[in-house]
Design a protein around this ligand. Structure first.
Ligand code: ATP
Ligand code: MG
Length: 426
């Protein structure tokens, strides 16, 4: 993409109302712009990141034997009367009336819609287990929208719903999602700690929040130092129920099994939440299947969310410096930023055009700064938007077919012949 043909409204000034780095950087990098409180438009650069995150989430959900569906944003109130949540949900639910005066709402989540689908179409235990997921915008009229897309009112969520015949099956579904989440966050360069999200008997809890450690996180978490030693394939229900990790909402100092001297505390950003709720929805919706003996059995359900739009902010919290964002390659909007230091120099521009064509040919995503602007401003913008590789070509280098390649993560810069630089980033 040529920057002269792109839309990248970067800001020099730090927006006054943005309190945390990711919010400031997303506004300054021209990724999003606020429409009204807690509601954002995603501009081209931000949308590319959102879509990359969404794709990683999708691939790992597919791998966990889940089927993608797309449920609507607008739901009828009746479904929520059936579950009994219409009144309970309170002011976070945006309630609407259509032209016929029927009560509707903008979905804050979709347990009701999916359970209704299940109840209408699936009748036999032979069709179990089933897992459905949905990547759709949700609306919650948060009392205090803040931190940009991290706590918005409209936000993109992946929600998965599992249906099993019995508790044994439900545990397998839960474990499948645990595994999928570990892989998902790892692919984004993140370490997310699953912390217990529900009190109750030790060993019994099947509700975990995935927290990314960050000083600006909204939750305080407390955990056993043994967590730091857990390998990916040791993140299982058994270990999670054996080791202590809890958010401030349920942390109980008096009954915490870990010595307060070693107990670790940190701040976290909740990027995912998984939980099992048994037959809470299957009974009122009549989501029953005929079992092996012909009797009607209400299915065991779980639901599993990931805050896709929140993750954009969370990743920036984890990867930035004073100059800007440092995207992990897997979610970077482009892999390479090509900087033409002097567009008025014909040799320089010829070499840049050539590099640009070769990168495109090789299928490398590249943003080409071909603007007629000072080098300082171009380097500053490139650091701000945080592409993993920067390739800069100036008149002096161009004369020798040389480029300067910078790694945005390490800051390391090297002079290379064009062919070697291309090889390095391809
Ligand atoms: P929180 O405690 O942060 O309000 P929640 O418990 O209400 O989260 P869930 O209902 O479990 O969240 O939703 C699943 C995921 O959706 C959360 O883990 C979070 O990543 C994301 N999420 C929830 N609320 C918001 C919001 N207002 N803005 C952006 N993402 C959100
Ligand atoms: Mg909430």
């Amino acid at each position: 993409m040529r920057l002269t043909q792109y839309f990248l409204p970067t800001l020099k000034e730090t927006p006054a109302d943005a309190q945390i780095a990711s919010h400031r950087l997303m506004l300054r990098a021209g990724m999003v712009t606020q429409v009204t409180s807690g509601i954002y438009s995603w501009l081209p650069l931000g949308l590319r990141v959102l879509q990359k995150i969404q794709q990683i989430v999708r691939e790992e959900q597919d791998r966990a034997q889940s089927l993608e569906v797309l449920m609507p944003t607008i739901q009828p109130a009746e479904l929520w009367h059936t579950s009994g949540r219409y009144e309970d949900y309170g002011k976070e639910m945006l309630r609407i009336k259509d032209r016929h005066d029927r009560e509707m709402l903008y979905g804050p989540t979709a347990e009701e819609v999916i359970t209704d689908i299940f109840a209408r179409f699936i009748k036999s235990y032979k069709d179990l287990p089933k897992r459905f997921y949905n990547i759709q915008w949700k609306f919650r009229d948060e009392i205090r929208p803040r931190f940009g897309v991290m706590r918005g009112r409209e936000f993109l969520m992946k929600d998965n719903y599992s249906f099993d015949l019995d508790m044994e099956g439900a545990k397998k579904s839960y474990q499948a999602m645990l595994d999928a989440y570990v892989k998902t966050f790892k692919r984004m360069g993140l370490t997310a700690i699953p912390v217990r999200a529900e009190s109750g008997a030790i060993g019994g809890a099947m509700s975990h929040e995935f927290q990314i450690l960050a000083e600006t996180g909204e939750s305080e978490i407390f955990y056993d130092p043994a967590y730091d030693e857990l390998k990916d394939d040791e993140i299982n229900l058994e270990n999670l129920q054996r080791l202590y990790a809890a958010s401030d909402e349920i942390h109980d100092e008096a009954n915490c099994p870990v010595d307060p001297k070693t107990l670790k505390t940190a701040r976290g950003i909740e990027v995912g939440h998984i939980f099992n709720f048994g037959t809470k929805y299957s009974i009122p919706f009549g989501a029953l299947v005929s079992g092996p003996d012909g009797d009607q059995i209400p299915v065991q359900m779980g639901s599993y969310g990931i805050g896709i739009s929140r993750l954009v902010g969370a990743i920036i919290e984890a990867f930035h410096d004073e100059s800007g964002i440092k995207w992990p390659e897997s979610v970077a909007p482009f892999k390479v930023g090509l900087i033409n230091i002097r567009v008025s120099d014909s040799a320089c521009t010829a070499l840049c055009d050539d590099i640009y064509a070769q990168l495109l040919n090789a299928g490398v995503e590249v943003l080409y700064d071909d603007r007629d602007k000072g080098a300082g401003a171009k380097f500053a913008d490139m650091d701000l938007i945080g592409l993993p590789w920067q390739m800069a070509v100036g008149p002096r280098g161009a004369a020798q077919g040389q480029v300067e390649l910078k790694n945005r993560h390490t800051g390391e810069k090297i002079e290379l012949q064009m062919a070697d630089a291309l090889k390095k980033v391809a």
